[in-house]
Design a binder for this molecule. Structure first.
Ligand code: DON
Length: 323
């Protein structure tokens, strides 16, 4: 079932990176966070990992970047692991909003009794504030430890990105005040924002995202180390969220044209989980895979422009859609 460490696959990925690089012109780097705005918009890199631990990497794979909204999927998993899924779903819903990721509109218009989902900023800041620990620092340490266990190596915050976002987070601050008023936050506004911005500023590589995607694809199990990190139930709900809300207001299009549970971030990263597909029409990655993509020019919805187009091609050619 394994793909084998096949140079043909890497060559194919190299070709697709070249073909799709030009789509970066359809987006721009995230200007609202100055440290993200100034990076080279033309980069494009991808890494795929199979269940035997073989990595297939092409393009700009050496650049590190920050997790940004990809962290929202991981804090959801971490919190669910600690307190159970019921605890989390009592506090944050699993409904898409049809609004921008940082919108305040759903609160004003619908006045919901909980944030719509963990992937919009309102839900994500709420989740960050609920992490186990008596203060912001302990809560972030819990998350850091959880991620280091999944990745098998230490992680760090990109201080420049953290400072840049902290200084310009006016909208997230406003959102956090709404959350505080509605009694969703377990911390003070500035403390909850500190955790949220810290998790968004964690440095990763496309290899890291690929491994995280593989663990999700295998329902919380790492097929390489044989460690079970979280339950099938948590993995399933996370993947449902990735399909319905992971690419924000492009989630429907992404499901139709790519069909892989995925989570994007405004740094241009995408983490995707390809579950095993025994009846696939091709042999590539039949036993599932994790995918990490980096392409910092993002479209209006906040997703990597070139990265999304490349995933569309890969999914089509290798029949990776879950639908
Ligand atoms: O809250 C923000 O604006 C960023 N730290 C994260 C947003 C993000 O990545 C949205 N995703 N595409």
């Amino acid at each position: 079932m394994a793909v084998q460490n096949n140079p043909r696959i890497t060559e194919q990925l190299e070709a697709w990176v070249k073909e799709n690089k030009g789509h970066a012109v359809l987006g721009t780097t995230a200007q609202y966070i100055p440290a993200l705005g100034k990076v080279d918009p033309g980069k494009l890199g991808i890494c795929m990992i199979d269940e035997d631990g073989h990595y297939y990497c092409a393009g700009d794979t050496d650049t590190e970047f920050t997790l940004q909204s990809i962290s929202k999927a991981l804090t959801f998993v971490a919190l669910s692991c600690h307190y159970g899924l019921d605890f989390v779903l009592e506090r944050v819903d699993v409904e898409p909003t049809g609004e921008a990721f940082n919108s305040i509109v759903p609160f004003e218009i619908h006045r919901p009794n909980k944030p719509f989902n963990p992937f919009i900023n309102a839900g994500a800041i709420t989740i960050s504030s609920l992490l186990p620990g008596q203060n912001a620092q302990k809560k972030f340490e819990f998350l850091k430890g959880f991620l280091e266990e999944l990745l098998g190596h230490p992680i760090e915050i990109d201080k420049e990105v953290y400072d840049s976002e902290w200084a310009t987070s006016h909208r997230n601050r406003a959102l956090a005040y709404y959350l505080k008023e509605a009694k969703f936050l377990e911390l003070e506004v500035e403390e909850a924002l500190d955790i949220y911005i810290s998790q968004c500023s964690i440095k990763v590589s496309v290899k890291d995202l690929a491994l995280l995607g593989l663990i999700l694809a295998y329902d919380g199990y790492n097929p390489i180390t044989k460690v079970k990190h979280f339950s099938e139930e948590i993995a399933q709900v996370t993947k449902v969220l990735m399909v319905t809300c992971g690419m924000y207001n492009s989630s429907g299009n992404f499901a139709a044209h790519v069909g892989i549970p995925a989570k994007s971030g405004v740094s241009g990263g995408i983490m995707a989980a390809v579950p095993p597909k025994l009846h696939s029409q091709t042999y590539e990655f039949r036993a599932g895979a994790g995918i990490g993509v980096y392409g910092p020019a993002i479209d209006v919805q906040g997703n990597s422009a070139a990265g999304t187009m490349m995933l569309r091609q890969i999914s089509k050619e290798w029949d990776l859609s879950i639908f």
